[in-house]
Design a protein around this ligand. Structure first.
Ligand SMILES: Nc1ncnc2c1ncn2[C@@H]1O[C@H](COP(=O)(O)OS(=O)(=O)O)[C@@H](OP(=O)(O)O)[C@H]1O
Length: 94
C-alpha cells in the first residue's frame, strides 16, 4: 500500500495560500498608490487583482476580509470570467 504525502485538497490549499499572499501584496500597492480622498472615475475598469482558488478553498472568506477595506471594490457573486464567461468578452468583464 502506497502512502500519499499530499492530497489534492492540501495542494489546493497551498496554492491558495501562495496566491492569497500575492494578492495581498498587489492590494497593498493598490491601496498605497491611491489616497482615500481621491475621487475615482465611475468608468468601469478591469480588475486590479483576481482571487483564484480551488472549490472550498476559502476564497469567499478572503474576498469578504478584503471587502472590509474602503478602497477595495468587489463584485457580489463570483464572476467566473476565465472558466465560464470568457466568450462574453472584456466589455462584459468590466
Ligand atoms: N479560515 C478558514 N479556515 C478553515 N475553513 C475555512 C476558512 N475560511 C473559510 N473556510 C471554509 O471554506 C469553505 C468555503 O470555501 P469557498 O469560499 O472557497 O467555497 S466555494 O467553493 O466557493 O463555495 C467553507 O467550508 P464549509 O463550511 O465546509 O462549506 C468555510 O467554512
Amino acid at each position: 500500500m502506497s502512502k500519499r504525502l499530499c492530497g489534492e485538497r492540501e495542494i489546493g490549499v497551498a496554492i491558495l495560500l501562495v496566491l492569497s499572499f500575492l494578492l495581498l501584496i498587489v492590494a497593498k500597492y493598490v491601496i498605497i498608490g491611491e489616497k482615500p480622498t481621491e475621487k475615482r472615475s465611475s468608468a468601469k475598469k478591469l480588475p486590479q487583482a483576481i482571487i483564484i482558488g480551488v472549490k472550498k478553498g476559502g476564497t469567499r472568506a478572503l474576498l469578504e476580509f478584503l471587502r472590509q477595506h474602503p478602497n477595495i471594490k468587489a463584485p457580489g457573486p463570483e464572476v467566473h470570467f476565465f472558466d465560464k464567461n470568457y466568450h462574453l468578452g472584456l466589455e462584459w468583464y468590466r
